[in-house]
Each structure stands twice: as structure tokens, then as C-alpha cells.
Design a protein around this ligand. Structure first.
Ligand code: ADP
Ligand code: MG
Length: 347
């Protein structure tokens, strides 16, 4: 059972992320259904929990069901329960999740995978709070707030007749869209720092080594199709491998594809004349408990911008592109952190 004090923190500082948190805070106390839409790993479950714990139902049950994990019959019985002998193998009476979540919130993950029959029953609970256990005659009443989550295009599915339009109308009272990580790159450094520190603590390391410039560049340049979950894995993998090698310096390697075979296409490290000179790029400071949060974030920002500029021969356009930010943004960050091309390198 999760509770509000075991809730994992939501980390982020991008404008997109802060706007999302604001919307969640506005939507949470309004006792209506919510749809949470987002790619895998964007934090749909974390948002679902937040919606519950910021609502008036916070002290009641928060129940999660994955609609893609069960067959149609099992999902129906899981959600609505069954009477003894309702079907082969139904030994005793079984209370469904809607019954047990009475007064609380139910999180229906992968809701697009629920069959049309189950959708119809969900609609009835949403509209009238009524349902029957499978094999039961008696109509039961429950008061549950429904939060649905999916990455599917529900309006398109409704047009194709694969999702009930009337259920969609009800659930879409509020729709919360979670932005993928690649459109809020500013969140990558603090998320990476956060996951790195947690992993270091879990491994009982003395301290978190911090990321070197090269590692941070890999993190910033990757597109993260698996979003925050993929980032978390990559960071944890990097910290544990670094710890296993017992090295003193910063983390310099991020393995983005754990399936990659090390014996094929291993590119030699370029030391040729074209290789950017990164010798004057400071590595990121290791996180330390006594360094305030904003100072750490500023240091990360400054290093990322400077690192990209050095790596691209101080060509601002190319450095901006490497970081997936606009030219105006890189100018902004250069001003903010007073980053200037060293005089000796000026053409
Ligand atoms: N903003 C965030 N801050 C901290 N951790 C996050 C954040 N977003 C996602 N995570 C973590 O990423 C992983 C995937 O999140 P989850 O909510 O399960 O994604 P989804 O349900 O969209 O696939 C979890 O370990 C979660 O704790
Ligand atoms: Mg999920």
C-alpha cells in the first residue's frame, strides 16, 4: 500500500514540467474523472498517485489496475468481483477493485486495452456508481473516482469503434498530457543527478561521483524513447558499473543500449586533429549534500552549455542543435552564466 509519505518525488524544472504540476494541482481536488495521456515512462503512474493524494479522497484507498495485464474475463472479475461459483474456479465470493476502492480512487492503466464489454461496465460505475459482481443479482453501489492512463490515441480508437465514445466523453472531463522527456531536456540533468544519488545511496557508496562532460553529453543528446524510466535505468547502470570499477573520477561512460555487443563496431576513440579539445571543460561537480539545489542546477546548466560550445568549436548554432535548444536559448544561457569564448581561441 502506498501512502503520501512513501510517494516518490516528482523531479523537474522545465517550463513544461512546472505547467504540468500546476495543472495536476488544479485538477486533483475536482471530483471528476481524469485521463492521463503520455508515452511509456513519462510518469503516468506518479501523476495518478499525485491526483489521488492531492484530492479530498487522499485518506482513502488508491487502487491500481493494469487493463493490459489480464484477459477480458479476469479483468472483469478483478474490477467488479464475482459471487461464489460464478464461473469455473470461482470458489469463494470475491470483492472487486471498484468495491474495495469505495471512497477512494482507481487508476486504470492502459485503459485502451479494456474490452468494449468491460468499458460499458466502467461507464456505468462512472455515471451511476452501480455495478453487479459477476454471477450476482444484487446491484452494488460504490463511490470511486476513475483516473485512466494510456498512450493510445483514444479519439481515433473511438472513431474506429474500438473505444466507447460515451466512456471517452466521461473520462475526458480533464485530460492531462505528459510531455516526453525529449521536449523538456532541461529536466535531464536534475533527474540524472537525482537517480544517480539514489543509486549511490542504495549501493552504500561514500558519495555520488557525478557525471563527466562526456557522460552528460550522452545523456543530453539521446532522444529517450523510453523517457524517464529509460533515463533512470541508464543512470543506475552507469553508477553501478562505475562503482564496480572502483574509480575515483567522475562517471564518464553511459551505456544507452545494454544489448549492444562490445565486440562489434567498436569505434576507436578519435584523437585526431578534428577531435574537439575538451581539456578546458570543467567536469560537473559531484553532488554534495551541502551544495544547495539551485547551485547544483546552475553548475550543470553552465557546464552543459560550455561543454557543447567547446565541443563544437564555439559555433553557437551547432552547439544549440547538439543540445536540442534554439539559438535564442543558447544566447540566453551564455548571458545568464557569463560564458564567453576564451580570447586566445577567437578567430
Ligand atoms: N518527474 C519524475 N521525477 C522522478 N521520477 C520520475 C518522474 N517521472 C517518472 N519517474 C520515474 O520513472 C519511472 C516510470 O514512471 P511511471 O509513472 O511508471 O511511467 P509510465 O506509467 O508513464 O510508464 C518510475 O520509476 C518513476 O518513478
Ligand atoms: Mg505505467
Amino acid at each position: 500500500m502506498i501512502s503520501s509519505d512513501t510517494l516518490p518525488p516528482l523531479i523537474g524544472q522545465s517550463a513544461e514540467f512546472l505547467a504540468l504540476l500546476d495543472r495536476v494541482s488544479l485538477v486533483a481536488p475536482v471530483d471528476r474523472p481524469v485521463l492521463v495521456i503520455g508515452e511509456r515512462g513519462t510518469g503516468k503512474e506518479l501523476i495518478g498517485a499525485r491526483l489521488h493524494f492531492l484530492s479530498t479522497r487522499w485518506s482513502r484507498d488508491y487502487v491500481k489496475v493494469n487493463c493490459a495485464a489480464l484477459s477480458e474475463d479476469l479483468l472483469e472479475s478483478e474490477l467488479f468481483g464475482h459471487e461464489a461459483g460464478a464461473f469455473t474456479g470461482a470458489r469463494g465470493r470475491h470483492a472487486g477493485r471498484f468495491e474495495r476502492a469505495d471512497g477512494g480512487t482507481i487508476f486504470l492503466d492502459e485503459i485502451a486495452n479494456a474490452s468494449l464489454r468491460v468499458q460499458e461496465k466502467i461507464l456505468r460505475v462512472v455515471e451511476y456508481g452501480e455495478f453487479e459482481r459477476i454471477g450476482g443479482e444484487k446491484t452494488l453501489v460504490t463511490d470511486v473516482r476513475v483516473v485512466g492512463a494510456t498512450n493510445a490515441d483514444l479519439p481515433a480508437l473511438a472513431n474506429e469503434g474500438k473505444f466507447r465514445a460515451d466512456l471517452l466523453d466521461r473520462l475526458a472531463f480533464e485530460v492531462i498530457n505528459l510531455p516526453p522527456l525529449r521536449v523538456r531536456w532541461e529536466d535531464i540533468p536534475i533527474l540524472a543527478q537525482h537517480f544517480g544519488q539514489n543509486m549511490a545511496r542504495e549501493l552504500a557508496l561514500e558519495r555520488f561521483a557525478g557525471f563527466g562532460m562526456q557522460a552528460m553529453r550522452s545523456l543530453m543528446e539521446h532522444q529517450w524513447p523510453g523517457n524517464v524510466r529509460e533515463l533512470k535505468n541508464a543512470v543506475e547502470r552507469a553508477v553501478s558499473r562505475h562503482a564496480a570499477r572502483n574509480m575515483d573520477d567522475h562517471i564518464n561512460e553511459i551505456v544507452l543500449d545494454p544489448f549492444a555487443r562490445h565486440w562489434s563496431s567498436a569505434k576507436p576513440v578519435s584523437n585526431g586533429p578534428d577531435a574537439p579539445d575538451t581539456s578546458d571543460v570543467p567536469v560537473l561537480p559531484p553532488a554534495s549534500a551541502n551544495m544547495p539545489f539551485t547551485a547544483q542546477v546552475n553548475a550543470l546548466e553552465r557546464n552543459l552549455i560550455k561543454g557543447a560550445l567547446v565541443a563544437h568549436g564555439w559555433h553557437q548554432g551547432r552547439a544549440a542543435r547538439a543540445l536540442s535548444i534554439s539559438y535564442d536559448q543558447i544566447r540566453h544561457y551564455m548571458r545568464k552564466h557569463d560564458i564567453k569564448r576564451p580570447a586566445a581561441q577567437k578567430a
